[in-house]
Design a binder for this molecule. Structure first.
Ligand code: ADP
Ligand code: MG
Length: 293
């Protein structure tokens, strides 16, 4: 009778938009006690937009946006897509770019005309001994306290300003976190983004354990460390950066709206990319397991 019970469970799952990787998944859902949530694209929509363009004192906001938008044109990162879109919306054509280089988890570098441009986390610029001045630091602190992400820009070794980008917390995220807690799971937020922005988002949805400023390759280590602490970990993610962590987790849950790599690395796929369904998926497969036994 067990195969039938399993099919009923997965059939109902399919109705809800949950794809189950295999029967072992049901057992994992029973044991998990911790759920790690990727911030961008999972708790938030991932639909970034430019919120503010702040040139350094005496600088020109239009030039800052034009050069930054051009430099980011070669990047697939949601932050880069937002900045390039803002630039083409405002100026149409953007200046030509050469020597584009991705710096995963940090930003990009490129030549825009004659300028050697860096765009990314303030830490990326700091590696080149470029720092924000007091005015830009103040603008940065205010934006990050609001849960926004600050991208710093320099060219030719001189800081030129910051571009503030933001996405929205998904309307269902707070309710989803509540339901995950009701299932006895402890929620953890994981992100490469800065600590202040991560904590603002976490507070907004009711999460108190935050791992921020985690480099893409280190996300898997956060999952391993939790497991070494004796926790049984579900991980929910959507991005290329999340694939190793999804595979390492005891239960990997991919947002169906995310990348194929993330989906392949996972046990469960949520077709609609809604975190509420993650709670439904865990509840449903626990119930299915009870039917089977
Ligand atoms: P997340 O974990 O939120 O998906 P990533 O690991 O991709 O983030 O990136 C971490 C941080 O590095 C971003 O929040 C951003 O500050 C910076 N960053 C990465 N790529 C870019 C880029 N192309 N342009 C600007 N900033 C970037
Ligand atoms: Mg992400």
């Amino acid at each position: 009778a067990t195969p039938t019970a399993l099919m009923v469970g997965t059939g109902r799952g399919a109705q809800l938009g949950i794809l189950v990787g295999g029967p072992q998944v049901l057992e994992s859902t029973r044991r998990v006690d911790t759920v790690v949530l990727d911030k961008t694209g999972t708790v938030t929509t991932g639909a970034m937009a430019v919120d503010e363009v702040v040139p350094v004192d005496g600088g020109d906001a239009d030039e800052l946006l034009r050069v930054t938008a051009a430099a980011e044109a070669g990047s697939e990162h949601p932050i880069a897509r937002a900045i390039t879109r803002a630039g083409t919306d405002r100026f149409g054509e953007l200046p030509p770019v050469t020597d584009f280089e991705n710096r995963p988890g940090l930003g990009i570098s490129a030549m825009v005309g004659e300028h050697a441009v860096l765009v990314g986390r303030p830490r990326l610029l700091a590696d080149w001994s470029v720092t924000l001045d007091d005015g830009l630091e103040a603008a940065r602190a205010a934006a990050e306290a609001d849960g926004k992400t600050v991208v710093a820009v320099s060219w030719d070794g001189v800081v030129r300003g910051i571009v503030v980008v933001a996405d929205q917390v998904k309307p269902s995220s707070a309710e989803a976190v509540r339901r995950l807690r009701d299932l006895g799971l402890r929620p953890v937020l994981l992100t490469g983004d800065n600590r202040a922005a991560a904590e603002a988002v976490a507070r907004g949805v009711g999460i108190d354990e935050v791992h921020a400023e985690v480099m893409p390759a280190d996300k898997v280590d956060v999952v391993k460390a939790l497991q070494a602490d004796g926790r049984v970990v579900a991980m929910v993610g959507d991005g290329v950066n999340d694939a190793a962590a999804l595979a390492q987790a005891d239960l990997g849950i991919a947002m169906g709206t995310g990348t194929d790599v993330a989906i392949e690395a996972s046990d469960l796929t949520l077709v609609r990319g809604d975190l509420l369904v993650a709670a439904d998926a865990i509840r449903l497969s626990r119930r299915t397991l009870r039917v089977i036994k």
